[in-house]
Design a protein around this ligand. Structure first.
Ligand SMILES: *Cc1c(COP(=O)(O)O)cnc(C)c1O
Length: 408
């Protein structure tokens, strides 16, 4: 089963490896241009004034993502925090935020919040919010977007990755189309992209096609499995500065922030990221090919264009979903003896089961699988620092499904 699926994906594998090469060289060239040296890896304490390693890391990120400025910090506690900082940085009471890719990722619902919810959410602060739903085929609803734009629309939000949704993720080409469209309607709106899971999956990044500000998590793709925590924001100088004022304080911005010994791992993780993203994607292609051959619906299909790490596999029963996720956990180097169960995770609206036998807690560039327990029963698997690990994950998942009689 695995062997035949591996033969099937052989052709696509070479295409993927060519993208990995280009992105690896892009990262190395950025390191070289900024003359990264051993001393940049030194730690800083206290205020972290004049931490050259931190400053150059910001510049290297900006360079890699084709942006004017960057803000890369271990102080971002998660992707949600990073995205929140970016949005709060750009928006003021009375402004309107319009997401044009439908309902955003679950954990952002409470960041957006409701008017008067008392949490200090965007809407609690008097920022208006609405979203333009996607069309049934998952494409942007151009007319809907035009109608949803208001005179006070300040920021357009785009989520690149499907998140926990059965829709295709948006390619760079599609994001470019969205930017062109909204800027043709209103040249002064700012376009923000949630780039989580997207980094290094394609040859370009959203900030290379006109996006003003973009954010992502360092315990996903760009942390390269080594970043212990953190997030990054890149974009225009003016937008990144607003985000920096929000992360620390107005007037202080990006000029303070002790890196507490994390700097080397952030550089080295970025260096490794293109390769590891490649390993994870080859694993995802294999999973897709295997489950397709077994008659399951998978998205993306093994041979589809990929613009994020997520591989969705659709099951018919909650039990099957749980068996799959538990099988993935059994292949881990860490916590393989632990059996994941569905639980009410902070920020999520349904019980979620997660296989996460990872070195970095919740690190999802590492092989992991999540599934909200709700219909349709879809497992979202992602990551894998090595292709061989993903392959083992697939083998264990198949074993679990077979041993419980869910698969012949
Ligand atoms: C992971 C993710 C987030 C949130 O990141 P957390 O680290 O889980 O808070 C937001 N948007 C997308 C598309 C994601 O994949």
């Amino acid at each position: 089963m695995i062997a035949s699926a591996e033969r099937v994906i052989e052709e696509k594998k070479r295409e993927r490896e060519a993208i990995v090469d280009e992105n690896q060289w892009k990262v190395i060239r950025a390191f070289q241009r900024h003359r990264v040296s051993d001393y940049h890896f030194a730690s800083s304490t206290g205020y972290g004034y004049n931490d050259r390693g931190r400053e150059v890391l910001d510049e290297v990120y900006a360079d890699v993502f084709g942006a004017e400025a960057g803000l890369v910090r271990p102080h971002f506690v998660s992707g949600t925090h990073t995205i929140g900082i970016a949005l709060f940085g750009l928006l003021r009471p009375g402004d309107h935020l319009l997401y044009i890719t439908g309902r955003p990722y679950d954990t952002l619902h409470k960041v957006i919040g409701k008017p008067g919810d008392g949490t200090g959410s965007l809407q609690d602060w008097g920022i208006e919010y609405s979203e333009a739903d996607l069309r049934p085929d998952g494409s942007p609803d151009w007319d809907g977007i035009r109608q949803a734009m208001k005179p006070n629309t300040r920021v357009i939000g785009i989520q690149r990755s499907r998140g926990y949704d059965w829709r295709p993720s948006f390619t760079i080409r599609q994001i470019e189309e969205m930017v062109t469209f909204v800027k043709s309607l209103r040249p002064d709106v700012l376009v923000f992209v949630d780039n989580c899971y997207g980094e290094f999956t394609e040859l370009k990044e959203p900030t290379e096609v006109g996006v003003d500000l973009m954010a992502g998590s360092l315990i996903k793709n760009p942390g390269g499995g080594l970043a212990a925590s953190g997030g990054y924001i890149v974009g225009t100088k003016a937008c990144v500065e607003q985000a920096a004022f929000r992360l620390t304080a107005p007037g202080i911005g990006a000029e303070v922030g002790a890196m507490l010994g994390t700097t080397r791992s952030l550089y080295q993780g970025l260096f490794l990221a293109p390769h590891l993203v490649g390993q994870a994607l080859l694993g995802a292609m294999l999973a897709s090919a295997v489950f397709e051959q077994l008659g399951f619906q998978t998205s993306p299909a093994w041979n589809a264009e990929r613009t994020d790490l997520i591989q969705a596999i659709r099951f018919t029963e909650a039990d099957h979903l749980v068996a799959f996720v538990q099988g993935i956990q059994k292949a881990s180097a860490v916590d393989a003896h632990v059996v994941p169960e569905p639980w009410d995770m902070p920020g999520y609206e349904h019980p979620v089961i997660m296989a996460a036998g990872t070195f970095i807690q919740g690190g999802s560039l590492e092989l992991s699988a999540d599934a909200p327990i709700r219909e349709p029963y879809i497992a979202y698997m992602q990551g894998g620092l090595t292709y061989s690990h993903v392959k083992l994950g697939i083998l264990h998942a198949l074993d679990e499904l077979r041993s419980r009689g869910f698969l012949s």
